[in-house]
Design a protein around this ligand. Structure first.
Ligand SMILES: [Cu+2]
Length: 150
């Protein structure tokens, strides 16, 4: 088995990121901007398990309010949200949170995050906590299947 962590660590060192690669690696984090006064929003990100074993996500947190792991599901044509108690990420697996699916629900906000802000979001896992600054924006970042015309 080839150990991919060594070149990755070297790369992270070159770009000046913490040389100790955290796992799961968090990327593409963003929070949906809401109108002033809104007390809830959601954060989305991708988690990549760089470890050789399954990692379990056991919780989420953020300084700006109460955070919980949610999943939106379509049931009989109706969309509803459910709390997700824990989430297993297999070795090498990438889990994507995105609108209409898994997300980090942020509730009880003291201040409404506005476009351009950055919001700290942490993921608690069986391996410890990993945190990222999520960019506040009005819509999902461009991806292969998102065509958001304003
Ligand atoms: Cu939710």
């Amino acid at each position: 088995m080839i150990d991919l962590r060594v070149p990755l660590l070297a790369l992270l060192t070159v770009v000046g990121v913490n040389a100790l690669a955290q796992t799961p690696e968090l990327s593409g984090a963003w929070v949906r901007a809401m109108p002033p006064g809104q007390r809830m929003t959601a954060a989305y990100l991708q988690l990549r398990n760089l470890a050789a074993d399954t990692i379990t996500v056991v919780g989420v947190s953020s300084d700006i309010g109460m955070a919980s792991l949610h999943e939106t599901r379509l049931e009989g044509g109706r969309s509803s949200m459910h709390a997700v108690a824990s989430l297993d990420i297999a070795a090498g697996e990438v889990v994507s949170m995105e609108p209409g699916g898994l997300h980090i629900m942020l509730m009880g906000l003291q201040t409404t995050p506005v476009e351009g802000d950055s919001v700290p979001v942490c993921v608690q896992t069986s391996e410890g906590d990993v945190c990222v600054d999520a960019k506040v924006q009005r819509a999902a970042p461009d991806t292969h299947n998102s065509h958001d015309h304003h």
